[in-house]
Write a protein that binds this ligand. Structure first.
Ligand code: CTP
Length: 487
């Protein structure tokens, strides 16, 4: 096999690759692999390509992603804002079109510094709109048509400025005028520097826009295009935005948790020993993330407080990343009130009392003594709250022996309403794996909002082995049923 030396590529190609890889948080080599992969997958002679040995249009459409049918015939007005992430919006046009969604692009003035109307037009096969006062498009109120003659408006990248304009109802350019005149759902894919994203003004605007019914995807955490900058602010990937768009365009599905606030913890916690070492456990966070995604799909407003994990933020979920048990407790308390709280995190029970300010060194005096102190119990703290206790509090029980017996004792000790008990012995492969075998323990007769009852009145429902996604869907279905019974 031949190898490719990036160094020997044309300067302009190298510059483009550097920019694109930085934007995607990948190494240049990895970026080249992605580009080649995408290129080759689209070739008709590549086995596995959707267009490979295409026999007939009917066959081709049968092979297209299932989601395509849901969004068939749909049309999107795509507003491209001015930011380095704008180049990803060109890929977004392709992703939407391969899902058979018509795309009409609007480029803000700033966007044109990053991508050209010509490239957007070539990819969308449509005229591109740039100017509020363009007589060609405005003679018949073009901005109103762009706002109304579509099924969804997507703003990607949604810059801090564009979001501020939206939140305050400005309409001094084509993009903001369309957004103000819209009677269609709006999906924003924010992208900005992490400091701008965390700025109080942006936080206010995000809150306002969410209240106004705007849906947001991302931003993701990662490296920024600016050198040595990282944090939350990277625009979601084109495939994620396309999936979120299809989700909105799909015929409405039941959303039994609509209007409910769900708070979830996930992942392990890291308890520092010194600046470079920590105590941790093997939790992957997959189960908690799957529950967050399932609750979001059921219409809930979901906040996920997660310890350090290697998982992407579920779309449409507010994700708060923390390190230690104490951080997790603070962020959970700050996220209240909630209607339902689900504690799936594998919180470290202990932390080091004498955490070293400097790296602990080996000395002739022998091993450094590590004194452990107990961490706050987040589940118990929230379950026993007087005023802000969520009406339904669900814990997890990770056990390696006497599963049901220990889980029953845990429900009583911690004061929660339900417990999802699972055997985490190494042989089960649950910790870090994709499947789970769980038992749902419920205080009998404990529907949402009812008072506490005795421990011997606990019902145990054992579920068959399932994927963590299936466990999540089933748990959300049980919550929805419980809510319904209670209403
Ligand atoms: N939990 C928590 N805070 C802690 C410890 C646990 O919120 N400091 C929560 C977990 O998220 C889970 C439940 O309590 O929902 C049970 O966690 P588990 O690790 O199974 O039990 P422990 O509390 O550690 O008890 P034990 O050591 O007896 O197993």
């Amino acid at each position: 096999m031949a190898s490719l030396t990036i160094r020997k590529l044309d300067d302009a190609v190298k510059a483009y690759l550097r920019l694109r890889s930085a934007g995607n948080g990948r190494s240049v080599e990895e970026e080249v692999r992605v580009i080649l992969g995408e290129l080759i997958q689209g070739r008709p002679d590549f086995p596995g390509s959707p267009s490979a040995s295409m026999a007939s249009p009917a066959e081709a459409s049968a092979r297209a992603p299932a989601i395509a049918d849901a969004a068939n015939q749909a049309s999107v007005t795509l507003i491209i804002g001015g930011g380095i992430a704008a180049f990803k919006s060109l890929e977004l046009i392709r992703r939407l079109k391969e899902r058979r969604i018509e795309v009409r692009c609007v480029l803000t003035k700033a966007a044109q510094q990053f991508v050209t109307p010509l490239s957007a037009s070539a990819l969308s096969h449509e005229r591109v709109y740039t100017d509020l006062f363009d007589p060609g498009s405005e003679f018949d109120a073009g901005h109103i048509r762009l706002a109304r003659e579509c099924d969804l408006i997507v703003v990607a990248p949604a810059t801090a400025d564009l979001m501020a304009k939206m939140a305050h109802g400005h309409a001094d350019d084509l993009a903001s005028a369309i957004l103000l005149a819209a009677d269609k759902p709006i999906l924003l894919a924010p992208a900005m520097n992490p400091l701008m994203w965390n700025n109080a003004a942006t936080r206010r605007n995000v809150l306002q826009l969410r209240r106004d019914g705007v849906t947001m995807i991302g931003p993701n955490a990662g490296e920024m295009a600016e050198t040595n900058e990282a944090g939350v602010g990277r625009m979601s990937e084109a495939v994620e935005i396309a999936a979120a768009a299809v989700d909105i365009l799909r015929p409405p599905r039941p959303r039994p948790l609509l209007g409910k606030r769900v708070l979830i913890t996930a992942g392990p916690t890291h308890e520092p020993i010194d600046p470079v070492r920590y105590i941790a456990n093997r939790s992957s966070g997959k189960q908690g993330f799957a529950i967050a995604a399932a609750a979001q799909a059921a219409g809930a407003d979901v906040t996920l407080v997660s310890g350090p994990v290697d998982l992407r933020d579920p779309a449409g979920v507010t994700v708060i990343r923390v390190e230690s048990a104490r951080d997790m407790l603070h962020r959970v308390e700050a996220a209240l009130p909630a209607d339902i709280a689900i504690f799936a995190a594998a919180v470290a029970d202990w932390r080091v009392a004498n955490e070293g300010e400097q790296k602990l060194k080996k000395t002739s005096a022998g091993m450094p003594p590590l004194q452990l102190v107990e961490n706050p119990d987040i589940l118990a703290t929230i379950s026993k709250m007087k005023d802000k206790r969520p009406p339904l509090v669900i814990g997890f029980a990770a056990e390696t022996e006497h599963l049901i017996e220990n889980a029953k004792a845990k429900i009583a000790r911690k004061g929660c309403d339900w417990i999802v008990a699972n055997d985490v012995s190494p042989a089960t492969g649950v910790m870090g794996g994709d499947r789970n075998t769980v038992h749902l323990l419920q205080r009998a007769g404990k529907e949402i909002g009812a008072g506490n009852i005795a421990v011997d009145n606990i019902e145990v429902d054992s579920w068959p082995v399932m994927t963590k996604e299936q466990v999540a869907t089933e748990l959300v279905a049980r919550i929805a049923k419980s809510l319904e019974k209670n209403s």
